[in-house]
Design a protein around this ligand. Structure first.
Ligand SMILES: Nc1ncnc2c1ncn2[C@@H]1O[C@H](COP(=O)(O)OP(=O)(O)O)[C@@H](O)[C@H]1O
Ligand SMILES: [Mg+2]
Length: 384
């Protein structure tokens, strides 16, 4: 059976959300085909393994008995989890096993873990991993680069400007003028976060300056964009790789106030409130739905995603804007596929199969180009 490690946590503001996603994946993964285990990357960056990581209650009390710290190593396209040398030394009698992993299932959200950094570790070491490559993860996370790619693919996006934190200190007046040219109300976002962290709305100059201060405390790259009033949000997931893409039902999150906050997204206290917070399928015209499906697929393809991603749209009357793409969506957006008769278990199977296809495609590339360069070079480093 294939050993799959579901990796959760990480040095990210979306650490807790990732634990929820990871537990859902662990509970729903097909255990007849796969042998899953959890790797928990703590906020301090330590990697833990062990059975008590399989129960979400242990994260509430931070009671991780029967776990141990491992260091990642790589060999023959496998991830090898070595017990940390220090714990080996400290324990007499008890020996911690080294574990091998065939594929990693990334159930992580946010900077460092959804942005290509963690993907790079596996891509470089030839270990198959779920969801997009380094490039697609990086582009999907950086809202500025993402907008640039969407723009060049003729996808509709709202008016925006962006700047570095250091530029704001140097040319504040110019930046403020450019932002005000878009026209209030504005919305200010750190370029690289998620879950609405650090995002605020500004109706005037004072609020704009404050919103920029807030965003700059989270990121060195800031976006100011037109805030659509009475906006409707529509989300749609896409599953596939390259040209073979299918879309989920569309959802409309409802019942929030100014904009969807972290609390709105995750702190629905009971099932009833969670259900009342999204309308699936969204109540939209056929023509709008048709365009959303088209834009969702184009967005997915434009940044070279793999597996399953959720594309979020803003609706201003009949005008549609692509807001963002989540390359590892919260809960893997499983709830959007149920209406298409695809269970959570089937969705996970599909994401793993697509990860294998992506991995094989990468393996097909030539990685050495042998022209015997070194033997053709003389002592002075010049070609003979
Ligand atoms: N241009 C906009 N106009 C109106 N509301 C917006 C706009 N951009 C974002 N929002 C609101 O802010 C929320 C978070 O913004 P988003 O760009 O999705 O960032 P995040 O990556 O944190 O989810 C959105 O879900 C939406 O409610
Ligand atoms: Mg969002």
């Amino acid at each position: 059976m294939k050993n799959i490690a579901i990796i959760i946590g990480g040095k990210s503001v979306e650490h807790e959300v990732s634990i929820i996603t990871g537990m859902q994946v662990f509970d729903n993964i097909d255990k007849d085909i796969y042998e899953p285990k959890i790797i928990y990357i703590q906020k301090d960056g330590k990697w833990l393994v062990g059975n008590s990581l399989e129960d979400i209650n242990n994260y509430k009390t931070k009671d991780f008995k029967d776990t141990y710290e491992v260091l990642p190593g790589f060999r023959d396209s496998k991830l090898i989890l070595y017990p940390h040398p220090e714990i080996q030394r400290g324990f007499f009698g008890k020996k911690y096993p080294t574990q091998e992993v065939d594929m990693v299932f990334l159930a992580l959200h946010g900077t460092n873990v959804e942005d290509g950094a963690l993907q790079g570790l596996f891509q470089m070491n030839d270990v198959p991993f779920t969801f997009g490559s380094v490039v697609s993860s990086a582009v999907g996370m950086d809202k500025v680069i993402m907008k640039k790619v969407f723009e060049s693919n003729k996808l509709p996006i709202v008016d925006y400007i962006w700047f570095y934190r250091s530029s704001f200190e140097e040319e504040k007046d110019k930046i403020i003028k450019e932002a005000e040219n878009i026209g209030y109300p504005l919305i200010v976002k750190p370029a690289n976060l998620g879950s609405s962290v650090g995002i605020s709305k500004a109706n005037n100059l004072d609020e704009l300056l404050f919103a920029v201060e807030v965003a700059m405390s989270y990121d060195r790259k800031i976006i100011v964009e037109k805030c659509i009033e009475n906006v409707r949000e529509i989300n749609c997931a896409v599953m596939g790789y390259e040209n073979k893409l299918e879309t989920s039902l569309c959802e409309e999150p409802v019942g929030w106030k100014e904009f969807l906050t972290y609390e709105d997204k995750y702190m629905g206290n009971n099932k009833a409130s969670t259900e009342s917070k999204r309308r699936i399928p969204a109540n939209i015209d056929e023509e709008i739905e048709r365009k959303i499906i088209k834009y969702a697929k184009e967005s997915f393809k434009s940044i070279d995603c793999c597996g399953n991603a959720r594309i979020d749209f803003l609706l201003d009357g009949n005008n549609i804007f692509v807001n963002e793409i989540n390359t590892i969506p919260g809960s893997i957006a499983f709830y959007l596929w149920e209406g298409k008769e695809i269970s959570f278990k089937e969705l996970i199977n599909k994401i793993i199969e697509l990860a294998e296809i992506q991995y094989k495609q990468r393996k097909n590339n030539i990685i050495s180009y042998d022209i015997d360069l070194l033997n053709r070079i003389g002592d002075q480093g010049k070609v003979k």
